[in-house]
Design a protein around this ligand. Structure first.
Ligand SMILES: Nc1nc2c(ncn2[C@@H]2O[C@H](COP(=O)(O)OP(=O)(O)OP(=O)(O)O)[C@@H](O)[C@H]2O)c(=O)[nH]1
Ligand SMILES: [Zn+2]
Length: 357
């Protein structure tokens, strides 16, 4: 598929993602008892990667995960040689052996990767079919966009939405700086998608609403530099200490004030997780390296995953239908014409077609 030019801004190189560009396929062996597959790692502990820095992984071992030491702790780890070509990213669940005490100077070893629930990917640019894994196991993507300064762009938000739908991650939008401009005309472009929207301004930050949405989930925050993403994360996670920058008056861009992806635990007091169980925390993943996504690896099929409500109609399309405006005999057109889709449904088709372009 074709895409407009990728974003104009300077992206940090993705050294930390550049391990090896392979699509992770569900591992058919993942459900077998671990002892059968890797007898030598039968007593491995499972932890979650919360930070990656030059070949060293910070892995959180949850309270109770280790019968011999039930305390929660962060452990520094290196990857085992056999995993050399496997990308390990923030959010990955990994098996750890070796010194998992987390003591000063200790180093554990990552010997295996658990199956991923979701994978957020990017390509270097839109013509690149190779993909890099950016974040694993995120449930949601919070797209942070400013009502002004920098000026919001529909196309950029569309691109984030495409990346989210492709990954099987539910999108949310937080529009900041609504003190500077009326956000509604911009938000109108996304109304048909029914993405939850939070409106934010100094003094009226929608922190309680955002916390409620974060509870029990892993949410990756994305946004153009200068939109106020770090300001928001600092408010949600007081000890995150994300550096906030200033928007350059001339270019409207922010400085790249933070440079590595990190997962933070946000308190979500009284929250309810997606499974209906009480959840007093949620994970926030900040991705400063991601100013734009190369979407060369994305297919129309994968975007359609975000439009399950249209799936039944699309089943009636001719084989190989692109579902675009000019696709002959696309069933979506028929459904609009005969009233199976109402005005809201038609608007949703229009949004889908914009994303498919
Ligand atoms: N007027 C207004 N300014 C805001 C708002 N939110 C953040 N800012 C300001 O916008 C500037 C950029 O905010 P940051 O939080 O550093 O933006 P960022 O998206 O994290 O940018 P990078 O750190 O470059 O990735 C700072 O000067 C903030 O104080 C808002 O709701 N209204
Ligand atoms: Zn079609």
């Amino acid at each position: 598929m074709s895409w407009l030019l990728p974003d104009d801004d300077d992206d940090v190189p993705y050294g930390e993602y550049a391990d090896h560009a392979v699509r992770q396929r569900p591992n058919p062996k993942a459900n077998r008892p671990r002892t059968k597959r890797r007898p030598e790692h039968a007593d491995a502990l499972i932890g979650m990667v919360t930070a990656v820095d030059r070949g060293r992984y910070t892995v959180l071992i949850a309270a109770g995960a280790d019968p011999s030491d039930p305390a929660e702790r962060s452990v520094l780890a290196a990857r085992a040689r056999e995993l050399r070509r496997t990308p390990i990213v923030i959010g990955d669940r990994v098996q750890l052996v070796g010194d998992t005490s987390g003591a000063e100077g200790s180093l554990a070893r990552i010997v295996a990767l658990e199956e991923r629930r979701t994978v957020l990917r990017r390509s270097a640019d839109d013509s690149d079919r190779l993909e890099r894994v950016m974040v694993a196991n995120a449930d949601q993507m919070l797209i942070v966009v400013a009502a002004a300064n920098p000026e919001p762009r529909v196309r950029l938000v569309d691109r984030y939405l495409v990346a989210a739908y492709d990954a099987g991650i539910a999108p949310l939008i937080c529009i900041t700086k609504v003190d500077l401009a009326d956000p509604e005309p911009f938000l109108g472009h996304f109304a048909a998608l029914e993405v939850p929207v939070f409106r934010s301004a100094p003094g009226s930050w929608p922190l309680d609403e955002i916390r409620a949405a974060l509870a029990g989930c892993t949410t990756v925050f994305v946004g153009h530099s200068g939109v106020g993403k770090s300001t928001l994360i600092n408010a949600l996670v007081p000890d995150a200490d994300r550096a906030t920058g200033h928007v350059n008056e001339v270019t409207g861009r922010g400085r790249h004030t933070s440079s590595s992806s990190v997962a933070f635990r946000a308190d979500t007091p009284g929250g309810i997780g997606p499974d209906g169980a009480p959840a007093d925390t949620g994970w926030v993943i900040d991705t400063p390296g991601v100013r734009s996504f190369g979407l060369g690896h994305v297919t129309g099929e994968s975007i359609l995953r975000g439009f399950t409500d249209l799936a039944e109609i699309i089943d009636g399309c001719p084989r190989g239908c692109s579902h675009s405006d000019d696709a002959p005999d696309c069933e979506l057109d028929a459904a609009i014409a005969d009233g199976r889709l109402d005005a809201a449904g038609a608007a949703r088709v229009e949004s889908l077609r914009r994303l498919l372009k």
